[in-house]
Design a protein around this ligand. Structure first.
Ligand code: NDP
Length: 322
């Protein structure tokens, strides 16, 4: 199937239904050469949105993506790139775990410098900051948009009420409104997208770019028989994911999902990704991959979409109610 493009909520911006991000991988498993191959493979398949964050690999992920895109020689018009800010890179007061105005203004400058770009298309508040007034953050984000350093802004893992409050403040003061939220969304994690944000899709035209469609690899079935060498669960620094990835109950469900995938002639991961794409509220499903073969396989999820009849969808969803 050809890559579909979807509007980011009610905004005019169109993003590919599958996009590609760099969390964990760039700077840890993926150097600039491999990044160039992965990005190039995705781009050639129609992916136009590439996701990043200040915090990924301590800024190195933005550097690698910027360098790889420069080497690929893409027109700036042809792709959408994002970054996310909140955690900060400097252990100093005002520069960590905040969305205050001072941090936000300095964070975007740092990101642009590492990317080697004049602007990012999307700028996300990577987490809510419950100590800074939402009004201060909204004014600062809106001013960044007005400065041209970012074209659209949004949130990541905010509650529905926080997103609504930010939108209302922007509306009241005629500021640039948040247009997108970036939540986790996969067969194991459905609450925010399917319940908490439900009113926001129509009421404020919220778009979604969703993360971890494979629950960090769990939904490929790669953890059915333990932890494969070199996989995310084996990486130093990611021990906190081990429990979730090797959970026997979750893996038993994945085993049954794998049987459905085999019957349909697709891979387990492709079926899990296609399930995310099939939600009409999702503007783009952000893929992760540590090598080119994974990128290719995951892009094949578009073909699995055709197999997702209402009956198959119901059969799959029943597994996850166990
Ligand atoms: P996934 O849940 O899809 O996990 C991707 C990982 O799974 C890969 O790095 C790889 O890990 C493994 N994998 C992927 N495809 C395959 C395959 N076909 N076969 C076997 N293993 C596979 O997505 P991510 O968790 O990486 O999230 C995707 C993107 O979402 C991130 O890059 C980032 O841009 C964004 N994100 C945003 C967050 C936020 O807070 N806003 C949080 C997290 C992610 P390995 O090979 O190492 O086992």
């Amino acid at each position: 199937m050809k890559m579909p493009y979807r509007r980011l909520g009610h905004s005019g911006l169109q993003v590919s239904a599958l996009s590609f991000g760099s969390w964990v991988t760039f700077g840890t498993q993926v150097d600039t050469g491999l990044a160039r191959e992965c990005l190039g493979t995705a781009f050639d398949a129609g992916v136009n949105f590439f996701d990043n964050a200040e915090a990924y690999a301590g800024g190195e992920s933005e550097r690698i993506m910027g360098q790889a895109i420069a080497e690929l020689g893409w027109d700036r018009q042809s792709y959408v790139v994002s970054t996310k800010v909140f955690w900060g890179l400097r252990d100093e007061v005002n520069m960590r775990n905040t969305l205050n105005r001072k941090y936000l203004f300095q964070a975007i400058d740092g990101s642009l410098e590492r990317f080697g770009l004049d602007f990012v298309d999307l700028l996300y508040c990577h987490r809510p900051d419950r100590k800074t007034p939402i009004e201060e953050t909204v004014w600062a984000m809106s001013d960044i948009i007005s400065s041209g350093k970012a074209l659209y802004w949004g949130t990541s893992e905010w509650t529905g009420a926080e997103i609504r409050a930010a939108w209302d403040i922007a509306d009241r003061h005629h500021l640039h409104k948040p247009v997108v939220e970036q939540p986790q969304y996969n067969l194991f994690e459905r609450q925010k997208v399917e319940q908490d944000y439900l009113r926001l899709y129509d009421d404020i035209g919220l778009g979604l770019t969703t993360w971890s469609p494979l629950a960090s690899g769990l939904l490929t079935g790669k953890y059915l028989d333990g932890i494969p060498e070199g996989s995310r669960a084996a990486l130093p620094g990611y021990e906190w994911l081990k429990g979730m990835l090797t959970d026997p109950t979750k893996n038993a469900i994945v085993r049954d999902l794998a049987a459905i995938a085999a019957r349909l002639g697709v891979t387990t991961g492709q079926l899990a990704i296609a399930w995310c794409v099939s939600n009409r509220h999702v503007s783009s499903v952000i893929l992760g991959a540590s090598n080119v073969d994974q990128v290719r396989e995951n892009l094949g999820a578009l073909d699995a979409l055709e197999q997702l009849t209402p009956e198959v969808r119901e059969e799959i969803e029943l597994l996850f109610l166990r």
